[in-house]
Ligand binder design. Structure first.
Ligand code: ATP
Length: 454
């Protein structure tokens, strides 16, 4: 069977996610809550694998980036210093007829997309969600839910620098929840009001210092990060022709950015941002220095000078990339010469929620104990699932739909003849027979080859 290149539509993805336990509408038994979603048993594994793959590549495999997990609720002055209290706004228009609200920059015409009515003039709307700390609900106790994880990194700059003896260039990475009161959330988990970010603040020498020392400039290091981040998606199996890098025009740049590029994916509704990679200059550390009165400089002992570093920020979304990996992996394959088709997620093995399924051919009393024994061996080494319900064909289809790369089947030959099992490959559907004592090694080899795209 060949991998078809037909475009999947979002309804198909949403329904697969519900049916197979990836993503459910949140608060569903109460009628749901606008654009909030819960990750089910398969979704939580997939999203965790996305975050683990990111952390491994940006923290564990580098020696210039360390991790952080800062609080969601922070001192309100942080958002004044960062400019979010004043400037983290989107334009909002309302239809004078049906009163639906929209972001004018997301509209294709200047009339209401729902009823054709006339729209109001745009007004700016702050996207930060508010709450109160303590029992008094007054402005003195008001705090914001962070709209980005980045500020938790900036305010810990000196803590990390000192405790970690950091030297430029060095980065701090963080994964965590962020909240934005989006005017028009939608496209499943692409744009929600509660989401998870994966952000790196990579501190570098400002341009005049880099040029004085003959080191790579902020712009050169920016290009390096673009390549590094683009390659990460490709290495995890995303089709290269569905990815592109787009530079922001001057009118799109955030208040803190000197330049910014987006890594975009071609979703079923069109090209959209997966990750933004911005040059935030010394804006944030400079703002925190002047608002907090605390020193935010770095002492460069090579040239015996103090300065505020520049910062490059690769900032991605865990939910958006999980969605992109799902969409990209989805395939419906037609068998040559028959009307049958199967749905399969060609997920990279390191992202697949389950790596190995262990399946007795049937619930026969000889097969089940042997299959349990095999599962005990496998589960200590791979995230695996034992399943003996329904027919074997249906169980293969289920594993294909959740993207399990390998299925081990225990049949009568296993118990009556030679203590061997079959390993079925999700993509080629080819089955190999291996003796149980060599099973783990064979599974490791196959997973390794699949990871390399062989
Ligand atoms: P957009 O233009 O789509 O609103 P943005 O440019 O405001 O996004 P950033 O502030 O650069 O987004 O945030 C970094 C990343 O966080 C985004 O690339 C995206 O992956 C993720 N992200 C931002 N907002 C949301 C959201 N509402 N829902 C899900 N993920 C989000």
């Amino acid at each position: 069977m060949a991998r078809s290149l037909n475009q999947v539509n979002m309804e198909t993805i949403v329904s697969l996610c519900k049916r197979r336990g990836f993503i459910f509408p949140s608060s569903e038994i109460y009628g749901g809550l606008g654009s909030t979603w819960d990750y089910g048993p398969m979704g939580v594994e997939l999203k965790r694998n996305v975050k683990d793959a990111w952390w491994k590549s940006v923290v564990h495999e580098r020696n210039d980036v360390v991790g952080l997990d800062s609080a969601i609720l922070m001192h309100p002055d942080i958002w004044v210093a960062s400019g979010h209290a004043e400037g983290f706004t989107d334009p909002l228009v309302e239809c004078k007829n049906c009163h639906h609200r929209f972001r004018p920059d997301h509209l294709e015409s200047d009339s209401c997309p729902d009823c054709g009515g006339e729209l109001t003039d745009a007004r700016m709307f702050n996207l930060m969600l508010k709450t109160f700390l303590g029992p008094a609900e007054d402005s003195a106790h008001q705090v914001w839910m962070r709209p980005e994880t980045a500020q938790g990194i900036f305010v810990n700059f000196q803590n990390v620098l000192v405790s970690h003896r950091g030297r430029l260039p060095f980065g701090i990475a963080q994964i965590g929840k962020a909240f934005r009161n989006e005017i028009t959330p939608g496209n499943f988990v692409f744009r929600t009001r509660e989401f998870e970010q994966m952000e790196i603040e990579y501190f570098i020498e400002p341009p005049e210092i880099a040029s004085k020392k003959g080191n790579p400039s902020d712009e050169e290091l920016h290009q390096e990060w673009l390549n590094t981040r683009f390659d990460w998606y490709v290495k995890l199996g995303m089709r290269k022709d569905k990815l592109r890098i787009r530079q922001h025009g001057d009118d799109e740049l955030a208040h803190y950015a000197k330049s910014c590029y987006d890594v975009e994916y071609e979703f079923p509704w069109g090209w959209s941002e997966l990750e933004g990679i911005a040059n935030r200059t010394d804006f944030d550390l400079g703002q925190h220095q002047s608002h907090s009165g605390k020193d935010m400089t770095y002492f460069d002992d090579e040239i015996q000078e103090r300065y505020i570093p520049y910062v490059l920020e690769p900032s991605g979304g865990a939910d958006r990339s999980t969605l992109a990996f799902l969409v990209d992996a989805y395939d419906e394959e037609a068998a040559t010469g028959s009307n049958e088709s199967r749905t399969v997620l060609h997920l990279h093995p390191s992202l697949a929620p389950i790596k190995v399924a262990v399946l007795p051919l049937s619930r026969n009393e000889k097969l089940v104990p042997k299959a349990r024994e095999v599962h005990d061996i496998v589960k200590a080494n791979f995230v695996s699932q034992y399943d003996d319900s329904q027919s074997i064909g249906r169980r293969y289809r289920r594993q294909d739909e959740i993207g399990t790369p390998l299925a081990v089947t225990i049949d009568f030959k296993t118990v009556e003849e030679d203590n061997s099992v079959t390993i079925r490959d999700r993509d080629s559907m080819v089955q190999d027979r291996v003796p149980i004592p060599s099973l783990l090694e064979a599974l490791k080899d196959k997973i390794e080859n699949l990871s390399l795209g062989k």
